[in-house]
Design a protein around this ligand. Structure first.
Ligand SMILES: [Zn+2]
Length: 83
């Protein structure tokens, strides 16, 4: 993992790590099942925006439930679309 922490652009503050080993999953597709990744989750102390950074290799197996909630990210949401 990088020693540099993310910086929140609007707040100009270093974000702080709130969870190591955050599980992120690619959505399953016709070409295959979900792929799981581990990253570190950071939060801005001011605006509470969160990001996940620092991914390594994809996990070889499905993650243990002990790692917590899986963040399923969306490829399909159009840019600028409503949240
Ligand atoms: Zn912020």
């Amino acid at each position: 993992m990088s020693t540099l922490r993310p910086i929140c652009v609007p707040c100009r503050l270093e974000m702080r790590c709130v969870k190591n080993n955050r599980v992120v999953a690619d959505p399953a597709a016709a070409s295959g099942p979900s792929t799981y990744w581990l990253g570190d989750e950071y939060e801005c102390p001011e605006c509470r925006s969160r990001v996940v950074v620092g991914f390594g290799e994809a996990m070889a197996t499905e993650p243990s439930p002990l790692l917590g909630d899986v963040l399923h990210f969306e490829y399909e949401r159009p840019e600028g679309g409503a949240a």
